[in-house]
Design a protein around this ligand. Structure first.
Ligand SMILES: [Zn+2]
Ligand SMILES: [Zn+2]
Length: 251
């Protein structure tokens, strides 16, 4: 079986494990990650009480230079990205420990598109290992669009929030997504933003400090809209917990 992180290939300077394709490879991955007592990435001996060995852990795409507010990966340590310098988001900060690339990307795809609980559990463990703050008082997963929920039948943000809630001892409070009305004409940027600002609602009154939970954070527009809804429902400090951040490469 091919390890997810191949030390030789990494040493050769090529991105780890992005060449896997086809059902056979997927099956192989499921089997590999189901093996207890081995590092999930290289199959070597894991660190005590961990699902990984330390060299593989260190080699993962950690989001070390993330923007202080939205966690967008920056090319070097800067306090804020271009967008956050222009306008602060509706959330106080985002905790997104990983960058969506290489082995992390494979793991997230395995979790998201094949609903692999082993990949999901591993991602939650990685997230918790990197969490350096006192958790919020409640978790609010990003609701899936009803059409997509029907199609796919797996709500990864809700699953993640459930797992995190169990580990951190926090309740999970659900938000709802309002039904989109398709527009008759193309929307301007401002109109799109206004539309999105009303996209979510939280029926339950929220405690003061909440964390929104999503799997992959891309532009931050969705969590920003959910943060507005959380604030309307009484939250004073809203943070975002996501596993991985895509790099927009614009800052
Ligand atoms: Zn390893
Ligand atoms: Zn930012």
């Amino acid at each position: 079986m091919r390890p997810l992180i191949d030390k030789k290939r990494v040493a050769n300077g090529r991105a780890a494990g992005n060449r896997v394709a086809g059902a056979l490879a997927t099956l192989e991955k499921h089997l590999r990650r189901a093996m207890p007592g081995h590092c999930a990435f290289c199959l070597g001996e894991p660190a005590p009480e961990q699902s990984w060995c330390m060299p593989c852990y260190r080699e993962l795409a950690w989001n070390r230079n993330g923007c202080c507010l939205c966690a967008e990966p920056l090319s070097r340590a800067q306090a804020l990205c271009r967008r956050c310098r222009a306008a602060s988001p509706a959330f106080a900060r985002a905790r997104v420990p990983l960058v969506y690339q290489g082995a992390v990307r494979e793991l997230v795809q395995d979790f998201k598109f094949h609903a692999s609980p082993r990949a999901g559990t591993l991602l939650v463990e990685l997230f918790v290992s990197a969490l350096d703050e006192t958790p919020a008082e409640a978790l609010v997963p990003v609701p899936l669009h009803p059409a997509r929920a029907r199609q796919r039948g797996f709500n990864q943000a809700r699953w993640l929030a459930g797992q995190l809630g169990t580990r951190l001892g926090l309740p999970v409070i659900e938000a709802s997504r309002r039904v989109d009305t398709p527009s008759q004409r193309p929307l301007s940027r401002g109109e799109r933003f206004a539309n999105l600002a009303e996209a979510f609602a939280v029926a339950t009154p929220l405690p003061e400090r909440v964390a929104l939970v999503d799997d992959v954070m891309t532009t931050g527009a969705t969590v920003n809209a959910l943060a507005l809804a959380a604030r309307r429902a009484g939250a004073r400090e809203v943070v975002v917990y996501a596993l991985a951040r895509t790099s927009l490469g614009a800052s």
